[in-house]
Design a protein around this ligand. Structure first.
Ligand code: NOJ
Length: 580
């Protein structure tokens, strides 16, 4: 009887779709332009990504998220899309993309694309048709009449005082249509109008187009900006936003205003839930649940709404709390609070996620210092849920130096400010990946320049060097990523304990399987960690991974009451030899 039940259970498991793959996934963000160039034009490409899939799999990566690869004039490096269904020629062809998908399937890596629904490029066919007021497209964007300027008769003022995220007015006049259009980012990124059902239909079709090509989900860009105040409620016009009162901001800075009419509107969440439904159409067909991660830099209360409501499923909103709230002075108490806060506010039954970097944020090693790289990478990898790694964080890359002359980021050049450009520039975290110590860091064989300069520490800080070193950020990262296969890191209960200002302990325990323990010494002095107060742990612990500043020996046993942690040590231990 027991044997029959086991057989039934096994055949059921085989036919049930792998719905949960992303709940414990290690998602690696690739910024295609800076990852690997195979046609020697100084710009990364799809074939470059394909050539590294095997290596990524061996590192422990489950899925790659590609920053936009679609046709674009590249004012905002792909976040300004002119055709959602075409590949940017500098990145390759549709055939290259299909080859990438095929190879990824073979090696067992899932591919997640960037969906940029808030705005298109002003070179998009939709925009060109909307400018011409072609009937179907007339309301695809936020168009509004100018306001007659009382001081200069015959001239027009923008419809409202709204400011773009990158600075300066958010309205641009279009002569041909005789109206202003809204752009919450650069002028070349007109905002789509989500009050127009046809726009929602278009985006649903774009999602289906790529799911049909075999992708496993989307990272959804800038969702908080999807809706603006409905002009119908304001006699056809758009209301001015009030001043924020924040100090130190000029009248053309985004933070000068309080954005009550241009972000976080309640209508937003339903659109996200609808996209979830579209993706769920594929569960049976593809035998997997699709991942949707949403980018929302907003209040925690708003972020949590992206998970869904009681009735409707949503997405996994990025958890930017490690990025935003931890610095090089943060204590173990601070880090515990940041972790606990997310876990406390997250709705029951949802999947957490942990992010240490992306293409919009200064790099981990530059923000927190090299001595905290292992600790933060380890946290992202051993906390429950999805770990998100931005390319290069696994080797502790630093921000590169990019002169004003070499600067490409529109956020830094809007308008060009020779003094302050670097404060806003995101180019330093986008400099090409350091594969090895050869010319252009092994990123490209171009005889000219790479699209952004290579950071000048690449000769010593690169993947090849870290692979052959006895200890390195990469080796530690890989060891911890490997430990993610242990049941305790997939399903185990989480306990975070600050033993002191500088000692943090994270335990993941699951009855019946070996437990996993993460240890961090934030100070530069050796500290003895005594875990006697954690009663569920056995006396003997084995080292699984030991960071660059850690003297604990991999495989060696230690007593839980006496764990000597050298300055800046980050380490992972387990309670027994096997894994699950
Ligand atoms: C967020 C993206 O991460 C960023 O790079 C881009 O500039 C804006 N959204 C606009 O799409």
């Amino acid at each position: 009887m027991r044997a029959i039940l086991v057989l039934i259970a096994a055949s059921f498991a085989a036919s049930v779709p792998d719905t949960n793959w992303w709940e414990t996934a290690l998602v690696y963000q690739i910024y295609p332009r800076s990852f690997k160039d195979t046609n020697d034009d100084g710009i990364g490409d799809l074939n470059g990504i394909t050539s590294k899939l095997d290596y990524l799999k061996k590192t422990g990566v489950d899925a790659i998220w590609l920053s936009p690869i679609f046709l674009s004039p590249m004012y905002d490096f792909g976040y300004d899309i002119s055709d959602y269904r075409q590949i940017a020629p500098e990145y390759g062809t549709m055939e290259d993309f299909q080859n990438l998908i095929k190879t990824a399937k073979e090696v067992g890596i899932r591919v997640v694309l960037d969906l940029v629904p808030n705005h298109t490029s002003n070179e998009s066919d939709w925009f060109i048709r909307s400018v011409r007021r072609e009937p179907h497209y007339e309301n695809y964007y936020i168009w509004a009449d100018g306001i007659p300027d009382p001081e200069h008769p015959g001239e027009l003022l923008p419809p409202s005082n709204w400011i773009s995220v990158f600075g300066n007015g958010a309205w641009e006049y279009n002569k041909e249509r005789g109206q202003y259009y809204l752009h919450q980012f650069v002028i070349g990124q007109p905002d789509l109008n989500y009050r127009e059902p046809k726009v929602q239909q278009e985006m649903n079709d774009v999602i289906r187009f790529w799911l049909d090509k075999g992708v496993s989900g989307f990272r959804v860009d800038a969702v908080i900006y999807l809706y603006e105040a409905d002009s119908k409620n304001y006699n056809g016009s758009y209301p001015d936003e009030p001043l924020s009162g924040k100090k130190g901001f000029d009248s053309d800075d985004y933070d000068y205003l309080n954005h009550i009419y241009t972000r976080d509107l309640n209508e937003t969440y339903d659109v996200i839930y609808n996209w979830r439904d579209v993706m769920d159409e594929y569960i049976e067909k593809d035998g997997e649940n699709k991942l949707m991660m949403t980018e929302a830099y907003t209040s925690l209360a708003n972020v949590m709404k992206y998970y869904g409501t009681g009735k409707r499923n949503g997405s996994v909103p990025f958890n930017f709390s490690l990025l935003e709230n931890i610095n090089n002075q943060s204590t173990a108490f601070d880090i515990k609070l940041v972790i606990d806060k997310w876990m406390t506010y997250m709705p029951v039954g949802k999947t957490a996620n942990w992010v240490n970097g992306n293409h919009d944020q200064s790099r981990l090693a530059s923000r927190l210092g090299d001595s905290r790289v292992d600790a933060m990478n380890m946290l992202a990898l051993i906390l429950p849920g999805i770990a998100v790694t931005y390319q290069g964080e696994e080797i502790g890359m630093t921000d590169g130096f990019v002169s004003l002359n070499d600067t490409k980021d529109p956020q830094a050049l809007n308008p060009t400010d020779p003094i302050k450009y670097w404060k806003k520039s995101r180019d330093p975290e986008r400099t090409p990946y350091h594969w090895d110590a050869s010319k252009h860091a092994g990123f490209s064989q171009t005889t000219g320049k790479t699209w952004l300069p290579i950071a000048d520490n690449y000769k010593t800080l690169n993947l090849a060097a870290q692979m052959s070193a006895e200890k390195s950020h990469y080796k530690f990262y890989k060891d911890v990523a490997t430990a993610r296969k242990c049941c305790a890191l997939r399903e185990g209960d989480l306990h975070v304990k600050a033993l002191s200002e500088s000692l943090l302990v994270v335990t993941r325990l699951l009855p019946g399987t070996p437990g996993i323990i993460g240890l961090i010494n934030l100070s530069s002095q050796e500290q003895i960690a005594d875990l006697s107060s954690i009663k569920l742990l056995p006396n003997k612990l084995l080292v699984v991974a030991s960071g660059v500043d850690c003297e604990l020996e991999i495989g060696a046993p230690y007593l839980k009451s006496n764990l000597p942690l050298s300055g800046h040590c980050a380490a992972v231990l387990k309670t027994a030899d096997n894994c699950c």
